[in-house]
Design a protein around this ligand. Structure first.
Ligand SMILES: Cc1ncc(COP(=O)(O)O)c(C=O)c1O
Length: 390
C-alpha cells in the first residue's frame, strides 16, 4: 500500500552498495578492504572531551542555542582562512560534505539536467544527486585526472556542473596534476561550466607535492567542499561549502529549510578542536600513518597478487584502485572473496551505468600488517578459485 504512494524521486534511491558491503563486513570473520572508515585509533578522544568542556565553559548558552543557518562565524572564518582568497561570507557550514553535495544538487538541478562526473566517481555523490533526477555524463580519467578531451566532448552537450575529487580521489586514489587542473579549468571556462570540487582527502598526502585546489585557481567557477571527517572524526559531521558569491544566499536558504543549521554544539566543539592551528598539528601523524598503511597493502598485494592485479600506487588518501585481468568481473569475484573471508568494493559501483567490471577498490585505512597479509592471501585464493571456475 505504501509502495504506490512513494514520490517518483524515490525510484532513484537505490540501496547503496556501500551499505550492503558494510553489512557483509560486520561478520567478524571477514577481513575488510571495503569500507572507507578512517582509522579510529587516531581519533583524539581526550582532545574532544577537553574541547567540549571548553566550548561549554566559554559560552555554553550559545553552543546550546539555535544559531545562524550558515554557521558560527568563528568556524566560517577558520574555514575561509584555509583557502587563499576565500572570505567567511562565502562559507556555509554543513553536516558533513554529504549534506553539501545534497544542497548543491538541490539548488542547481532540475530533473533531466546533465551533470558531468569523473568516471569512476564517489558513489555517495551520485546517491546525493540522484533524487534530483540528473542525467550523468561520465568523463574518463587517466593517472593525471579527468581527460580534457573527454571533458570537452561532454561539456559540449551542455551540463549544469562538473563533479570532481582532484586530490586522492575516492575511488581512484588519483591526484590531478597542475597541468591537468589548468586544462580542466580552461575547458570549463570555455563552456562556462561550474565545478563542484570535493576535497575530503586533500590533507592526506604522502609526499611533498602540493597543487592548488581548483577553488584557488578559479574562485568564481568553483564550489569547494571541505570536511573534518578524514582529519578529525567523521562522527562530528562537520564540513563546509566554499561558494561563489552568487550562490551563497540560495544555499543558505536551502540549508535553513533543510535543518535550520548544523548543530551549534558540534560547531562550538569543532572550533575548539581546530582553532589556533590545532588541526594542522595532526597532519604529520595522519600522513605518516596512512602512508605506512598504503605501503603495507601495496607490499602484500605485490607479494600475493603481483601477477593478477595492476595498480598505480596512490600518492595520498585511503584507497587503491586496481584492475583485474581482462574479462574478470569484480562483482562476481566479490562473492568468491566473501566466501574466502575478504571484502572489497567492485569498481562497477562507482559508475552510474556500465563501468569497468574488471576494477576493484581496496581501502588501506583499517587493517594492520597481519590483516593485509591475510586479506591479500585470501583475495589471491578467491581469484584463483574464480579463474578455475571460469
Ligand atoms: C569523495 C567524498 N566526498 C564526500 C564524502 C563524505 O564526507 P563527510 O563525512 O564529510 O560527509 C566522502 C566520504 O567518504 C568522500 O569519500
Amino acid at each position: 500500500m505504501w509502495a504506490q504512494r512513494l514520490a517518483k524521486r524515490t525510484q532513484r534511491m537505490r540501496p547503496s552498495a556501500i551499505r550492503e558491503i558494510l553489512k557483509l563486513t560486520d561478520a567478524g570473520s571477514i577481513l575488510s578492504l571495503a569500507g572507507g572508515l578512517p582509522a579510529s585509533d587516531l581519533f583524539p578522544i581526550d582532545d574532544v572531551a577537553a574541547a567540549t568542556q571548553r566550548a561549554l565553559a566559554t559560552n555554553g548558552a550559545r553552543a546550546l542555542q539555535y544559531g545562524p543557518s550558515n554557521g558560527l562565524v568563528e568556524l566560517r572564518e577558520w574555514a575561509a582562512g584555509k583557502r587563499k582568497g576565500a572570505k567567511a561570507e562565502q562559507v556555509v557550514i554543513t553536516s558533513g560534505s554529504q549534506q553539501g553535495l545534497d544542497l548543491i544538487a538541490k539548488v542547481l538541478l532540475d530533473p533531466g539536467d546533465r551533470v558531468a562526473i569523473s568516471a569512476p566517481s564517489y558513489m555517495g555523490a551520485l546517491r546525493a544527486f540522484d533524487p534530483y533526477e540528473p542525467e550523468y555524463l561520465p568523463v574518463d580519467m587517466d593517472e593525471e585526472g579527468i581527460l580534457p578531451d573527454a571533458l570537452e566532448a561532454v561539456l559540449a552537450q551542455g551540463v549544469k556542473f562538473l563533479y570532481v575529487v582532484p586530490d586522492f580521489d575516492n575511488p581512484s586514489g588519483r591526484r590531478a596534476t597542475l597541468a591537468r587542473r589548468e586544462a580542466i579549468l580552461e575547458v570549463c571556462d570555455r563552456h562556462d561550466t561550474l565545478i563542484v570540487e570535493d576535497a575530503p582527502y586533500r590533507e592526506l598526502r604522502f609526499d611533498d607535492v602540493i597543487y592548488p585546489p581548483l577553488f584557488e585557481l578559479a574562485p568564481d567557477r568553483v564550489v569547494h567542499l571541505g570536511t573534518l571527517s578524514k582529519t578529525l572524526a567523521p562522527g562530528l559531521r562537520m564540513a563546509w561549502l566554499l561558494l561563489p558569491e552568487a550562490l551563497v544566499d540560495i544555499v543558505e536558504q536551502a540549508k535553513q529549510a533543510m535543518d535550520l543549521h548544523t548543530s551549534t554544539f558540534g560547531q562550538a566543539v569543532s572550533y575548539e578542536l581546530v582553532k589556533d592551528g590545532a588541526l594542522e598539528t595532526r597532519f604529520p601523524a595522519l600522513r605518516a600513518h596512512y602512508r605506512t598503511q598504503r605501503d603495507l597493502l601495496v607490499d602484500q598485494l605485490r607479494d600475493n597478487l603481483g601477477d593478477v592485479l595492476t595498480f598505480d600506487v596512490p600518492p595520498g588518501g585511503m584507497f587503491l584502485w586496481a584492475t583485474l585481468p581482462d574479462g574478470m568481473d569484480g562483482t562476481a569475484l566479490l562473492r568468491d572473496a566473501v566466501e574466502e573471508g575478504v571484502a572489497f568494493v567492485p569498481g562497477e559501483s562507482f559508475y552510474p551505468r556500465e563501468g569497468k567490471p574488471n576494477t576493484i577498490r581496496l581501502s588501506f585505512s583499517l587493517l594492520d600488517e597481519a590483516g593485509f597479509r591475510e586479506a591479500s592471501a585470501r583475495l589471491a585464493r578467491a581469484v584463483a578459485k574464480h579463474q578455475r571456475a571460469a
